[in-house]
Design a binder for this molecule. Structure first.
Ligand code: FES
Ligand code: FES
Length: 167
């Protein structure tokens, strides 16, 4: 099986590696790079547990979130990836992560990395998202534990904190 040389920058760290052509970004991050904060849920784009940002440019549509289980790593040479671990700065959680802690949006925690990535993207794109828009924005992310109420509360709390910081 031929290997492809690629360079990925993940959470500001550069990795120059060889990957199998059929390996997904999720397989490479978890199995080759030991970045296990990115979770393997369904492996077929249905649960959102593996959500990561690809590239950092902010467009009108916000940063691009990708299901790492659906993206072939070999096609991502030169890309910048941000996982949930890379969302905070200087050892501080970002507003969404902090709100998930404060509002008990985390129970077993399996869905949380994908949830915070998707929620961060959602609030970047639509800072004034209504509750319905938050629920719609997160509908591709599955949680087996919380019943979603605490997760939505967490996103609303983060929204308030972010709004105050903008003033
Ligand atoms: S593991 Fe990727 S969407 Fe479920
Ligand atoms: S907190 Fe357990 S799956 Fe969401």
């Amino acid at each position: 099986m031929s290997k492809h040389p690629i360079t990925l920058t993940i959470n500001d760290q550069e990795y120059s590696i060889y990957v199998d052509g059929h390996h997904t970004l999720l397989q490479v991050m978890r199995d080759q790079l030991n970045l296990t904060e990115v979770k393997y849920g369904c492996g077929r784009g249905e649960c959102g547990a593996c959500s990561v940002f690809v590239d950092d440019q902010k467009e009108s549509t916000g940063r691009k979130v990708v299901d790492a289980c659906l993206a072939l790593a070999a096609t991502l040479d030169g890309k910048k990836i941000t996982t949930s671990r890379g969302l905070g700065k200087d050892g501080q959680l970002n507003e969404v992560q902090q709100a998930f802690v404060e509002e008990s949006g985390i129970q077993c925690g399996f869905c949380t990395p994908g949830m915070v990535v998707k929620s961060t993207a959602l609030l970047e794109k639509n800072p004034k998202a209504t509750e319905d828009e938050i629920r719609f924005g997160l509908e591709g992310n599955i949680c087996r534990c919380t019943g979603y109420v605490k997760i939505v509360d967490s996103v609303k709390k983060a929204q308030k904190v972010m709004s105050k910081k903008r003033k």
